[in-house]
Ligand binder design. Structure first.
Ligand code: ASP
Length: 358
């Protein structure tokens, strides 16, 4: 095979045996455009449910089981779409919708609270075939922001819509489920906000130095954003991300998740990426596109590119991780925190879920 092979995670590809390996080899040698009709890619699907301080010692067996079950369910939802020859984007939306509906994750139902006690949700999606993208930020009444991001991509000439305007667009389009903002209330997230408010009261008044501001961000180690990246049988890549942001964020703050190129990116020529972590650092490092660029212009393997991008975020002082898949089905799930809810599934249909550093 002419492709570079890295070690570790990305060496595990979604290959269904020799036949599939031969198809990938022919695909990478000829380029995607030259693929003959009938040739299929070894589809693959990778998801995350957020990175952060996730430690074995602090997790109850029940809670761990609940996370593993939901991640497995989300992987299988994507797999069902892909197995039948369904589109990459459909698999991404199926899995993210499921995770948005679960209070376990900081997206949709389990969204964290802003410092003002409100929930403001962000999401984005990108199609690697057309480079079309859609995003929403600061929506408060949309049950599944990922579906609205897709509508922005497919039914508007725009890429990003925010707040009331995004919700008005959703009304006009129809087919989007609206909920009362109370729907997003969960006791656990509220307690997180209360604890955070207490911590803030004990702190000295905020100085304006960058270090102080950074410290404020890094104190909150509970992420939980969800994301999915996918390669379908037709060789199309896509990526999606959905989040409630970060606990105690100022209202109006927008993180990396809805920013195309930062939290989400997909290009059939290189890879699809979905990030999670300290959004400000991911925006400043333009992480998702950085990985595609390292591959495309720097000739790096997916694994090298993804590791390099996470290292850059870490050097700036940011915590988090990402999931990524390339056009040959290699995947990577690097993070610099103690854990990241994550999982992958390939043509063999066996979900592989991980939580901690293994
Ligand atoms: N990246 C998200 C944000 O900054 C948070 C997360 O991934 O948990 O809004």
């Amino acid at each position: 095979m002419s492709r570079k092979r890295g070690g570790g995670e990305s060496r595990r590809r979604f290959l269904g045996g020799v036949g599939a390996a031969a198809l990938v080899a022919s695909a990478s040698a000829k380029g995607l455009g030259a693929q003959k009709q009938g040739e299929l890619y070894p589809f693959g699907f990778v998801i995350h449910g957020g990175a952060g301080t996730i430690e074995r010692g602090k997790m109850t067996p029940e809670r761990e089981r609940a996370y593993r079950e939901k991640l497995t369910e989300a992987l299988l939802a994507g797999y069902e779409v892909l197995k039948k020859g369904g589109a990459s984007l459909d698999a991404v939306v199926a899995a993210i919708t499921l995770m948005e509906d679960s209070p376990l994750f900081n997206a949709g139902k389990g969204a964290v609270f802003t410092s003002a006690g409100t929930n403001e949700l962000d999401a984005s999606i990108m199609d690697g075939k057309t480079l079309k993208a859609g995003a929403v930020a600061g929506v408060k009444r949309i049950k599944n922001p990922i579906t609205l991001a897709r509508l922005v991509m497919e039914q508007s000439p725009h890429v990003m819509m925010v707040g009331d305007g995004a919700e008005a667009f959703a009304k006009q389009q129809g087919g989007v489920t609206f909920v009362d903002p109370k729907y997003f209330f969960t006791e656990e997230r509220w307690q997180q906000l209360e604890r955070r408010r207490e911590e803030e009261k004990k702190k000295k008044p905020l100085k304006t130095s960058a270090l102080e501001r950074d410290g404020l961000l890094l104190d909150e180690k509970k992420f939980g954003t969800v994301g999915a990246v996918c390669l379908d049988k037709a060789g199309n890549l896509s990526a999606g991300t959905s989040t409630g942001g970060m606990t105690y964020k100022r209202f109006g703050r927008v993180g990396d998740s809805p920013v195309i190129g930062a939290g989400t990116y997909a290009d059939n020529q290189s890879c699809a990426v979905s990030c999670t972590g300290d959004g400000e650092y991911f925006i400043r490092s333009v992480v998702a596109h950085d990985i595609a660029a390292r591959m495309l212009y720097g000739g790096k393997s997916l694994k090298e590119a993804a590791a390099g991008a996470v290292e850059k975020v870490g050097k700036l002082g940011g915590g988090g991780g990402l999931v990524a898949i390339d056009h040959a089905g290699n995947f990577a799930m690097p993070f610099n925190t103690s854990g990241m809810y994550r999982g992958s599934i390939g043509p063999e249909g066996k979900p592989n879920v991980q939580i901690y550093k293994e």
